[in-house]
Write a protein that binds this ligand. Sequence first.
Ligand code: FMN
Length: 368
Amino acid sequence: MYKLFFNLVFKRLDPEKAHHLAFFWIRLASSIPGLRSLMAAALAPRDPKLRTNALGLDLPGPFGLAAGFDKNAVGIDGLTMLGFDYVEIGTVTAQAQPGNPTPRLFRLIEDRALINRMGFNNEGSAAVAARLAARPKSSKAVVGVNIGKTKVVPEAEAVGDYVTSTERLARHADYFVVNVSSPNTPGLRNLQAVDQLRPLLSAVRQTLDAQTLDATGHVPLLVKIAPDLADADIDAVADLALELRLDGIIATNTTIGRAGLRTDAAKVEAIGAGGLSGAPLKARADEVLERLYARTEGRITLVAVGGIETAEDAWRRILAGASLVQGYSAFIYEGPFWCRRIHKGLSALLAASPYATLGDAVGAAARR
Ligand SMILES: Cc1cc2nc3c(=O)[nH]c(=O)nc-3n(C[C@H](O)[C@H](O)[C@H](O)COP(=O)(O)O)c2cc1C
């Protein structure tokens, strides 16, 4: 049904316009209380066995929406209604910014992939913090807040920029993510180098604590890394995360690679720069996760993202060491029943496995 709709409607629309239209419908549906409960009942029933405790958070399941879909935190309840177990908003930057010129989002339908060079278009951390502060206290949605560097701020002043966003957003986050891995902000990925990353993560951790320890308590801090890091750099980030007692690592962001695509090479070339996501990212995201788990041996929470399309994909990442999983690109291709399918599939896979809970399954394949 959704596939037909996708082919008849969305495929003919500019991808960014289709995103805004779909997101508008999601928000509209969730703003009508009766409809919201009906849709949540149809789309988000979960096996209680999928309940997950990770990062000190009690979640209805392990499957979240990755950063970039709801950059300004405008649709958290609608996305939760569709069945996401948590929603990572952002990337948010200290200053509001328009992002790159359009077109900046492209579909590679044959590859079930996307290329984007959005460039952190967002309303800025002050506006997003105000929106999060105004959320009804009754909302049970679990919200991750993902922050990045404002484009016009020089790399040398990046720490201050991240700290400003942290000060504003800390009290509104169930967990916090330092994004140093998007390919669309010049120089951002240089911050993954350990000598740059150490002062950045330390400053964000200190700021989080100063803002929250007396109020909401410890806010988990994670770093999100690129799939394009060399193996030695992945190990270095893992070691640093352990050294700084970070709560977790999210792997991975989009890739600048274009290997193994089915889409016509000339078409890919014409799209130009940007991060590739979706199915072609699956193998590399798997590898990065396996490497991180081997290096950290379960001492830090790993969040897997990149090319997750099916329950089998999510289950494989859990067995490889991920406590939580996320997705974005497949949502575009799979539509509103995606979370339901993932949950049903995970529930069946768990039932057929030797593990009583998802937590027991985390890292089981890696330890074998
Ligand atoms: C259009 C688009 C925008 C994105 N924006 C962000 C972002 O602002 N911050 C971020 O950390 N990741 C962003 N991502 C990356 C996703 O969060 C995710 O890491 C990546 O797409 C791989 O997952 P997937 O294969 O399930 O899409 C974006 C991805 C897409 C497709």
